[in-house]
Design a protein around this ligand. Structure first.
Ligand SMILES: [Zn+2]
Length: 317
């Protein structure tokens, strides 16, 4: 079947001059909560809906976290980007409140987390966030360049105290476990029948540098046979080789090939980091994942928060 030949483009508008920049790296000692200084707009197409989508990322007060608001719906509720507002994990991470939905938040959430942005109000004119190039690269680059401002309270971290694991009926799992309490480490394994993906592993400390070079540029991916099925469900109307890696047995259909080594598992790490930020915190833990996705990420956070003995909210040590 032919891949949809849509000519997809995205346009990023940074509404402010880069100006003064503060470097707020993920998990660095003694840092304050941060928001952006002035509004940023990002425009693109939604992967599933194919609709034009505009985001306005606005400064927000200390301790407000990341909050979404639909501006195309009258009296839309504020929807905090927290695990307990996740209503659908089948094809992306989708938030909902009072029937109002915001979907495909995960790549932006990862970019916000690794840019050290704790508080932001994100207005969107559409259910679905722009897919851009299918990775977190554009979001991260825009957020890195944005002028940021420190706020009056210190950033809080979630330190995992006891191992918490969610395993599905196929044996795929995500586990969060205590570590040195200073960083997040991720070990993620995936296995696909085709040799072009095969068994891929990501294993390392999460830092803005690794995020920028290996994780953020990694695009979403699918196999060619899945496309027809997803289209039959009315999904991926905005999908093209401009915003996804498409695998066909032992081939990759994108003429440019892979962007980075182990791009597929690295994209799963991108999704994981975005989903973990729906905890509302930067998590200090060892995270081990095996063939897992948005569903597992959400379930493990529910288990984590189900028992206060599992974690402690701390300032950075
Ligand atoms: Zn993704």
């Amino acid at each position: 079947m032919a891949i949809a030949a849509n000519f997809i483009f995205y346009k990023a508008i940074v509404s402010t001059e880069p100006g003064l920049q503060t470097t707020n790296f993920f998990i660095k000692e003694g840092i304050l909560q941060t928001t952006i200084r002035t509004e940023i707009s990002i425009k693109g197409i939604g992967l599933h809906s194919g609709c034009d989508s505009v985001l306005n990322i606005k400064p927000a007060p200390v301790n407000s976290g990341i909050v979404f608001k639909r501006i195309d719906i009258a009296d839309s509720p504020l929807i905090p980007a927290t695990y307990d507002n996740v209503v659908d994990t089948r094809n992306c991470t989708c938030l909902g409140k009072n029937g109002v939905l915001v979907s495909t938040i995960e790549h932006l959430m990862a970019a916000l987390s690794l840019s050290g942005i704790d508080n932001a109000l994100i207005e969107c004119n559409n259910q679905e966030l722009p897919i851009l190039d299918g990775s977190g690269k554009v979001f991260f680059e825009i957020l890195q360049k944005a002028s940021k401002v420190n706020q009056e309270l210190s950033r809080k971290y979630l330190k995992v105290l006891k191992p918490v694991k969610f395993t599905d009926d196929k044996g795929n799992f995500v586990e969060v476990a205590p570590n040195d309490g200073k960083n997040m480490y991720v070990k993620f394994d995936i296995e696909f029948p085709s040799h072009i993906v095969g068994h891929q592993t990501f294993d390392g400390k999460i830092s803005p540098e690794i995020f920028a070079s290996e994780i953020a540029p990694s695009r979403t991916f699918c196999e060619k046979y899945q496309i027809e099925y997803l289209q039959s469900l009315g999904l991926i109307k905005g999908g093209s080789l401009e915003n996804a890696v498409v695998l066909d047995d032992e081939d990759i259909l994108n003429p440019e090939g892979f962007r980075v080594k182990n791009e597929c598992v690295n994209h799963k790490v991108l999704d994981l980091l975005g989903d973990m930020f729906t905890s509302g915190y930067h998590i200090l833990a060892n995270i081990t994942a095996y063939k897992s996705g948005h569903f597992h990420n959400n379930e493990v956070l529910k288990l984590l928060f189900a028992d206060k003995d599992n974690y402690k909210i701390v300032d950075k040590e």
